[in-house]
Design a binder for this molecule. Structure first.
Ligand SMILES: [Zn+2]
Length: 330
């Protein structure tokens, strides 16, 4: 059970703006995001936030529409990042009060989308580039406030995000066994026909932030044999590319193994992008993964932890991860 029943935030609906064609006044609303299991779509009530110039009674109203999912057994909230272009992306809708005309601004790209019969009124917003920028910054800020609030609670947070465009990331491969995540692709291994080797872009989900005391298990369906060492890639460089992907999101170097010396384990070796599930490591080669675990995480761990399948981990020194889908889409 979550320690909180909801996320409560105060978010902007409009920022103060006075342009050639329209004006907005600074307006805030209170939002409640219930932490009940399943998907949620919230659309807030219309609030008067501004007006069109030169037109009597031409009041502009705004509302926010947002999507999130709460996975109760994993205590995880899943949200869209500002960069994600999706039907679930957060949006700000502007209406001319008393008419069915609407236009929308998403988080992922500046530029108003018009829809419904608009009677040309929102051409004024198009012409008023300052108002567009203001609406764009406002809706991005709403999303950022909610994600910040989720991170402050004792929750795991996943931000659904596009794969970074850096050259090379699209070449990453991941192995699935009968549709369930198996391991990061190892070119030194031979896989059976029950395995699917897929490009990361088909299973990439985004970035994740754990609660610091989230139990993590180093799960592998493999034989746990030591992986063949490529002398060309000796030392710490073997999985460096996965660490590069992690750095591309988190813009820093991890301070140490994420589970540094916890539970009597002595960390050894350099850092690699290890793959973990949320769950407990009980007994030999046996990890208890919550039913319905939707995600596999890449997180910086030492080579010692990465090679040990019997030890419990917690992300004590670093809570940031990359999330991959645990199940292949049919
Ligand atoms: Zn370690």
């Amino acid at each position: 059970m979550p320690k909180f029943d909801s996320i409560y935030v105060t978010v902007p609906l409009a920022s103060s703006y006075n342009g050639s064609y329209c004006s907005f006044r600074s307006t805030e609303i209170n939002l409640q995001l219930p932490l009940t299991a399943g998907e949620h779509k919230i659309t807030t009530a219309w609030v008067d936030v501004g007006k069109l110039h030169g037109k009597q009674d031409a009041v502009l109203q705004a509302r926010v529409t947002l999507w999130y999912k709460y996975n109760a057994c994993e205590n995880t909230i899943i949200l869209c990042s500002n960069d994600l272009e999706s039907k679930d992306s957060m949006l700000l809708t502007i209406a001319l009060k008393g008419t069915p005309a609407r236009c929308v601004q998403y988080t992922y790209a500046e530029g108003i989308r018009q829809y419904l019969e608009n009677g040309n009124w929102n051409t004024y917003l198009d012409l008023d580039t300052g108002s567009q920028a203001s609406l764009y910054e406002t809706i991005k800020r709403v999303n950022a406030i909610i994600i910040e609030a989720a991170n402050r609670l004792d929750l795991n947070v996943i931000e659904l995000s596009p794969l970074p465009s850096k050259k090379g990331f699209n070449e990453f491969k991941v192995v699935y066994h009968k549709g369930i995540f198996f391991e990061l692709y190892d070119p030194g291994k031979i896989y059976s026909e029950d395995h699917s080797i897929v490009h990361i872009d088909s299973v990439f989900q985004g970035c994740g932030s754990f609660s610091w005391n989230q139990p993590l298990a180093n799960v592998s369906g493999s034989t746990h044999d030591p992986k063949p060492i490529d002398p060309q890639k000796a030392g710490n460089t073997r999985y460096s590319s996965w660490m590069d992907l992690w750095r591309a999101y988190w813009q820093n170097d991890p301070p140490a193994c994420s589970s540094y010396n916890l539970f009597g384990f002595k960390c050894t070796g350099g850092l690699v992008g290890g793959h973990v599930y949320k769950g407990f490591q009980w007994g030999r080669n046996y990890a208890v993964v919550p039913a319905g675990a939707d995600y596999v995480y890449i997180i910086p761990i030492c080579r010692g932890h990465n090679a040990d399948y019997h030890v419990q981990m917690m992300p004590f020194t670093n809570q940031h991860a990359i999330a991959l889908a645990n199940y292949l889409k049919k």
